[in-house]
Design a protein. Structure first.
Length: 422
């Protein structure tokens, strides 16, 4: 966090000219409080004292490919809010504080429901996430007293629906209502959308990327890690995750950037696991954009990554490349500073936990980082050309631990961005 605070202080000192004048003028005319306007979408409401969490002591799920019913039983009445997210498709149930005391095996995913996760989502809040095999909507979402009078039950009835209807549900999801300590609050005037992180799994489809000595393909490593990171980020409060791909498919570099802009992303994080002729080289690296590579390794990797687009991209999808030349644009210069701050947070979270190469923050002209108004970073998780790294990159426990560290660094970055009124 200290890394980001120092970075943002330098940003604020460097802002001048027309943009700074306009910001001051708007503030003077409208009394605009930037820090407040950019606070998390789910407002924290004031309350007298802390209420005890509701105990969820029983849960069960019945489902087939078309319908699903979930029932969760509580000792005391919880409050909840329903939200919908896509890419991947999810139904999110935000709850007041809950202690989940039932057997995890009682909520085994089946049928329409592909994954189930639950846990704390910040002070005074909990979250239950239904990962879907395809688009679905809730026909029923209610809390009712149990017939025995010994508590309450949350009833969720989901049915499969079409993509168009699901997209409408996602679009109408209200991120301005919070559930906190058993009460609901409207967040009029607050940030109208969650902090949106686009997680980009490098390569895919006909573009397999690098290959390890044991045959491990980069596209498989990055997709598995991106899904683990999506899980870790989705458990955090006020963060929305969008994946550029969730299957083994080819997406051009310009298509990845377009997906981030369509999602109105606050951050783009691309994950890779490359190979290099220097087999002894191992460890993670964090790259941010520069028109000049910081070293020969960075130059080589960027050239190879951008060359992949030249080989397989334009034949499938045409996109203007003019963005690549806007290196002196004021917005880009500011974005680079924010990206550098993000890189510092990631490296700080990895130190002592994940092996890093020497001088782990490097710069290169990766095309996927070249959007002038979108803070972004590319994380090389390790090198498939190194046997030790290849072994780690395919290890589920390492992946989960590293994704958790990366998620926490993104959360720290988000908090500092919001505090700076960005």
């Amino acid at each position: 966090m200290a890394v980001m605070k120092r970075t943002f202080r330098s940003v604020q000192r460097s802002r001048c000219g027309f943009i700074g004048f306009v910001a001051l003028l708007i503030g003077a005319l409208f009394g605009f409080n930037a820090a407040r306007a950019q606070t998390p979408s789910d407002t924290v409401i004031e309350q007298d004292g802390e209420e005890s969490p509701a105990l969820a002591f029983s849960a069960r799920l019945a489902a087939d490919e078309a319908r699903a019913r979930m029932i969760v039983e509580f000792e005391s009445e919880p409050e909840f809010t329903i939200r919908y997210l896509e890419r991947p498709d999810r139904i999110v149930v935000d709850l007041s504080a809950v202690t989940f005391g039932f057997d995890q095996k009682s909520l085994a995913a089946r049928g329409l429901v592909e994954r189930i996760r639950y846990g704390g989502a910040g002070t005074g809040r909990s979250r239950l996430i239904l990962g879907l095999k395809g688009p679905a909507r809730l026909e029923t979402a209610k809390v009712e007293p149990m017939e025995s009078g010994a508590g309450y039950r949350l009833v969720l009835d989901a049915v499969a629906t079409g993509r168009e209807e699901f997209v409408d549900l996602v679009g109408s999801t209200d991120w301005k209502v919070a559930v906190r300590g058993g009460r609901k609050a409207s967040a009029a005037g607050e940030r109208e959308k969650p902090f949106t992180v686009v997680v980009d799994a490098g390569h895919g489809g006909i573009d397999g990327g690098a290959e390890g000595g044991s045959g491990t393909q980069e596209k498989d490593v990055t997709l598995a890690f991106a899904k683990a990171l999506e899980d870790a980020l989705s458990d955090l409060d006020d963060i929305k995750v969008v994946m550029t791909r969730t299957t083994d498919e080819f997406i051009s570099l310009s298509g990845r950037l377009r997906a981030a802009h369509e999602a109105k992303a606050d951050l783009l994080l691309s994950v890779h696991a490359d190979s290099i002729r220097i087999r002894r080289l191992r460890g993670a690296t964090v790259y941010t954009l520069s028109d000049r590579a910081s070293d020969a390794v960075a130059a080589t990797l960027a050239a190879e990554a951008n060359h992949d687009e030249a080989v397989v991209g334009p034949a499938l999808e045409q996109a203007p490349e003019s963005v690549a030349g806007i290196l002196v644009d004021m917005a880009r210069n500011e974005t680079r500073v924010f990206s550098t701050g993000l890189a510092g947070e990631i490296i700080a979270s990895f130190e002592g936990q994940v092996n890093l190469i020497k001088n782990p923050h490097r710069q290169a002209g990766f095309r996927v980082l070249q959007s002038p108004d979108l803070p972004s970073a590319l994380v090389e998780l390790g090198y498939l050309s190194n046997p030790e790294d290849e072994k780690l990159l395919t290890d589920d426990e390492w992946r989960k631990k590293t994704a958790g560290l990366l998620a926490r660094s993104i959360d720290a970055y988000r908090e500092t961005v919001l505090a700076a009124g960005k």
